[in-house]
Design a protein around this ligand. Sequence first.
Ligand SMILES: Cc1ncc(COP(=O)(O)O)c(C=O)c1O
Length: 396
Amino acid sequence: MTKSSEWIAQEQKYYAQTVRRQPVVIVRGQGTRVWDADGKEYLDFVAGWAVDNLGHCHPAVTQAIVEQAATLLQTSNQFYTVPQILLAQLLIDNSCMDRVFFGNSGAEANEGALKLARKYGKAHRDGAYEVITAFASFHGRTMATVAATGQPHYQEAFTPLLPGFVHVDYNDVEAIMNATTDKTAAVFLEPVQGEGGVIIPDADYLKRVREWCDKQGLLLILDEVQTGMGRLGSLFGYQEFGVEPDVMTLAKGLGYGVPIGAFLAKEPAMALTFGDHGSTFGGNALTTAAAYAGSKFLIENNIPEHCRQMGEHLLMRLNELKSRYSFVSAVRGKGLLAALEFESNITPQLLTLANQAGVLLNGVKPNAIRFMPPLTITAAEIDEGLGRLEVALKKI
Ligand SMILES: Cc1ncc(COP(=O)(O)O)c(C=O)c1O
């Protein structure tokens, strides 16, 4: 059997070296656990980057994939397919939205929403095209979403950026008000900033932004790529904050492991019409069948409520760790999206030790780690995973 070290050497020879990986070659996953090429078992608090919301290889998803793979994989979008229609109806029936378009990733979902905003501005705001977004946001790696992302280190190598984005501080409604001009078409925000380090806004922030958008005739677009499909303890993040966006994007957790993205809009906001947008693979029969089966299970079994309870348990345990280790400076979390922040940049060293102890985590900042386990995780698995993390923390 090829060992992890041999696979890693091969990757370094052939693969584009754009991602700094942790030295773990994952070959199998089940529920909250994964195994590497040397047979070592880990508790997975990364979950495919907040994707595997039902854990690895959930039977409902696996069965749907197997059945669909044997029935129909891909047609052209010139034709109708049943899984695409079923998934569309499920999402619309369970959200405040009226229409959905499926793509293949979070960035692509956001691209669609940004195109929609441009066309909306032309139709309803006299050609307005600017989109106000937040510093420390993350919206993807394509040219438009890099321009939207409020983190210079993702942008500097790729200038000139697509024009039309204005960045303001997150959690600051006045900053949005001050940045609004007759060129503004939309405000584009994450309900909780994930890649920014799990930054949770004030409880009334989105409500006040919503009021401002209503007053000014601006679209409120929420990027729910990371927060959607249960992660914050409600099916959609906007429900946690008591607002309804005009447009919302999804990806990650919508796919349960298969690549899918979506943008959804209320009818008055759905400016895109025939010929405005399309995708060869978007809404493909295989991915929508998997997403439909997973989403149906998630909704019918009220997994977001389980996530809320487990999120409370995780926060309690993280706060206990904070009280035991003086170099832990902050704990943040909502649902099963949480971060532990440190006084100094110990993340690389800590991740190495955590891997050795058998728990996978995401280094979201040089001084912070992020937790985004499957929403199906149990309290016992949280305790076990944090027990392994504590083995690592003791060695710092
Ligand atoms: C909030 C948010 N938006 C968009 C994206 C981009 O998604 P993708 O990597 O699927 O293109 C991410 C990915 O981390 C994200 O967290």
